[in-house]
Design a protein around this ligand. Structure first.
Ligand SMILES: [Mn+2]
Length: 479
């Protein structure tokens, strides 16, 4: 589906199409093609208003300081053993730029004097007493057209980069050292993410090795900002979740005895890509029978049998944000009475947690609610013990750019946070696992169930699995 911000992209497609038809008659043009999101590796259009607000919010928290944020590096298909050979940006860099370019840097210069409104756009505020002069500097690698024959077109320093990113100062990354030297001369604290994206980069290691630099980890500050999602983040999450819900419906319509777990994986990941997901947010979990009791099983090689359950825990990633949705299906299309009793308990626990989600409550408290509910409502579903004994993981975590997103269990929920609700019961001796995982937005008045379009109740699951006409037996793997 087209996004709402297509005008610029459509304009640029026109430019690219004109350049392409001209190029067909001539040798390769001297000027490389323009940056458009439809070209490979170019990323999606940037919400420049959203990213400017995030930069301004960070600068407002930093006082007199400088933040130095590297992008992710390009990986090497010959040395990194990357099967998922696409570039994925550092979440911290993406949060402030939405730019999917490797080997870039963002330098944010914060001034604390006065309380006047600053600008994170890089233009700098007008002077005067009390005015701020915050600025953003984006540093991009210079383009190397010969390399782009291999790697695709990159966005280099220049006017186009300024327009697409909304950052007024876009310079060559060769200026990084002189910019950092000038900032070090100011003697202000330097904030950089102390993570795997920074580690090993010469510019970062020089900061770390210099005892005169007052270096701090930027991640805790950014991570705290990431807990409450803004409108642009929620739009990406909703789209990732809608795609994932569709994949669960596709799974429901295709699961049958004799099918292999990887064929379910093919159905759901095919749906992801068909609907525009960028990649999986995490390895797809398709665990049947005994594998349904392994929480992070993702080998997906087993043949499924009638009478078993299959746990399908999946998340499409869209625009750097990932869904996390689990459904459990009876392979034959109908739950046995015992499976149904376990399923109904998991669902009721899920509902008890959902009903409790509201501003002010903590994830730790939701965990307690889930365990208490399951323990006191077990009946005979788990024979002589209560079923919470087989509930061996937490009931919730935040989602966002990380599937297990940033944020402590102790933080009170606030509107704009998005969390999972995922009780489960895993009984190894019965080779029976059931997990039901929904994604929930915390709202001012309580919550919104974001995963409502995926079948959830026993009746909805069994109805979604009804197939007419009779399914065609899939060939599967040769044995
Ligand atoms: Mn989860």
């Amino acid at each position: 589906m087209p996004s709402t911000r297509r005008t610029l992209a459509l304009f640029l497609i026109g430019v690219a199409a004109a350049a392409t038809s001209a190029a067909a008659q001539q040798p390769a043009p001297a000027a490389p093609p323009p940056y458009v999101d439809e070209l490979p590796g170019m990323g999606r259009p940037i919400d420049t208003a959203a990213t400017a607000l995030r930069r301004a919010a960070l600068l407002g928290r930093l006082g007199e300081a400088v933040a130095v944020i590297p992008a992710a590096r390009e990986r090497d298909v010959e040395t990194d053993y990357i099967q998922d050979n696409d570039f994925r940006q550092s979440n911290t860099f993406f949060y402030f730029t939405q730019l999917e370019q490797p080997a870039a840097w963002l330098v944010l210069v914060a001034h604390s004097r006065g309380s006047g409104a600053g600008t994170a756009s890089g233009a700098g505020a007008a002077g005067g007493p009390g005015a701020r002069a915050d600025s953003a500097i984006l540093l991009l690698p210079d383009r190397v057209p010969a390399m782009e024959r291999w790697t695709g077109v990159k966005l280099g320093p220049g006017e186009l980069a300024q327009r697409l990113t909304g950052i007024a100062q876009v310079l060559s990354v060769t200026k990084l050292d002189s910019i950092l030297a000038a900032q070090r001369a100011r003697g202000v604290p330097v904030y950089a993410p102390a993570d795997r994206y920074s580690a090993g980069l010469p510019a970062y290691e020089r900061l770390r090795g210099d005892s005169t630099v007052n270096l701090h980890d930027l991640r805790p500050i950014v991570d705290s900002m990431r807990q409450v999602k803004d409108a642009a983040e929620l739009a990406a999450l909703r789209r990732a979740i809608a795609i994932t819900d569709s994949a669960q419906r596709a799974v429901a319509a295709s699961v049958e005895p004799g099918m292999f777990e990887y064929q379910v994986e093919a159905v759901l990941e095919g749906t992801f890509r068909d609907l525009g997901a960028d990649r999986v947010g995490f390895p797809s979990i398709v665990g049947s029978g005994p594998n349904s009791t392994t929480l992070h099983y993702d080998v997906n090689r087993r043949r499924m049998n009638a009478g078993e359950t299959v746990v399908v825990d999946i998340g499409a990633e869209y625009g750097q944000y990932t869904a996390d949705v689990t459904r459990t299906f009876p392979v034959s299309g109908t739950f046995t009475p015992h499976q149904r009793a376990v399923y109904e308990l998991v669902l009721a626990t899920n509902q008890a947690v959902l009903d409790s989600v509201r501003p002010g409550i903590t994830l730790a408290r939701l965990n307690t609610i889930a365990r208490d509910y399951m323990r006191t409502h077990s009946g005979t579903a788990c024979d002589t013990v209560t079923c919470d004994r087989y509930f061996i993981h937490g009931v919730t975590h935040p989602i966002g750019m990380d599937v297990h997103d940033v944020g402590p269990m102790s933080v009170p929920l606030a509107p704009g946070m998005v969390i999972t609700d995922e009780p489960g019961i895993y009984i190894p001796q019965e080779a029976l696992g059931v997990r039901i995982e929904d994604d929930v937005l915390v709202t001012v008045s309580g919550h919104e169930l974001l995963t409502a379009s995926a079948p959830r109740t026993v009746a909805e699951i069994e109805r979604a699995m009804q197939r007419t006409p009779a399914p065609v037996r899939r060939p599967g793997r040769e044995e």
